[in-house]
Design a protein around this ligand. Structure first.
Ligand code: SF4
Length: 303
């Protein structure tokens, strides 16, 4: 089936099955184009909970579809590329946290939303890259363990001096690999152009950034700015929306390494197959779901 026909079929199946397609900002352009909502992981999970559709095709990685299922237990959530995981989410396990809690009962655990349902269930509260600072500032705790992203954790730790924050050694393999030398080169090639970076980048890169924020915050900042050129320090998928929404502005990627292989696994064909056969459904054990939901609910209360 050619691409045009496949898009028509996807749109027909969406109507027939009363389904909605959600796509993360890092998905390939063709997938973003067939989606009803494109956004960051939290925005998509919220959208999943708010829409009336009972069938959700979640184009992203496993923990995101799981978050949607945690918030919308009665809906059918499909992940078209079922092997699309997040290496950072896999860097901490529920077992690791159970052991940590047994040895450190007075430490509160904050987990980045990029984590499995089992890990969320063992944490006190979740956070996203856009609300992490607020959560850490507002949580009633002196001692905190931040999991799994050491870079987001370190960015927050540098801003919150009155709390004892321990960092887990996890990282996003895509953002963490950007080197300071690459930033120097891009800055020389495009002098006076602002760098907008995601806090999953390492500290060396963050120190060069003019603006630090989540993917949605970066898109929002660039779209509202009166400047017309930007260096983008997050996964290349965001360029699609940035360029589409801002045809008169120019965007340069900070590093050619900013490609997440897992986010690129979902192809149009996978979306079509998942929708047609309602396959690759995400399930979350109900006991785990209820505990993980508490971590997400506390985040929504504090942010
Ligand atoms: S970009 Fe990084 S954090 Fe996001 S899914 Fe890929 S590996 Fe995980």
């Amino acid at each position: 089936m050619n691409q045009k026909l496949m898009i028509e079929e996807i749109n027909r199946l969406k109507k027939e099955k009363d389904a909605i397609i959600l796509a993360h900002n890092y998905q390939i352009p063709e997938v973003q184009e067939v989606a009803d909502v494109v956004g960051d992981s939290l925005a998509l999970s919220k959208a999943a909970a708010e829409v009336d559709n009972n069938l959700i095709v979640f184009c992203g990685v496993h923990f995101m579809a799981e978050s949607a299922k945690i918030l919308s237990p009665n809906k059918k959530v499909l992940l078209p590329a079922i092997d699309a995981g997040c290496p950072m989410a896999d860097m901490v396990t529920a077992d690791d946290l159970r052991k940590y809690k047994a040895a450190n009962p007075d430490v509160k655990i904050i987990c980045y939303v990029n984590s499995s349902a089992e890990v969320k269930a063992e944490c006190d509260i979740c956070c996203t890259s856009s609300n992490a600072l607020k959560i850490v500032q507002n949580i009633d705790a002196e001692k905190i363990l931040f999991v799994p992203d050491q870079n987001l954790g370190s960015y927050i730790k540098n801003k919150v001096k009155d709390k004892d924050i321990e960092l887990w050694a996890g990282f996003c393999i895509t953002h963490h690999r950007v080197k300071s030398e690459e930033v120097q080169k891009v800055k020389e090639a495009h002098p006076d152009v602002e760098i907008l970076a995601h806090p999953e980048c390492n500290e060396e890169v963050i120190n060069h950034a003019d603006f630090i924020g989540s993917t949605s915050q970066i898109i929002d900042y660039a779209s509202k700015s009166d400047k017309d050129k930007f260096i983008i320090g997050t996964e290349m998928g965001v360029l699609h929306k940035l360029e589409k929404d801002n045809p008169d502005k120019k965007f340069y990627l900070l590093s050619t390494g900013l490609i997440c292989a897992n986010m690129k696994k979902t192809k149009l064909q996978d979306v079509y197959q998942a929708l047609k056969h309602e396959k690759h459904e995400i399930h979350v054990d109900e006991n785990i779901r209820i505990k993980a939901l508490k971590s997400l609910d506390r985040m929504l209360e504090l942010s």
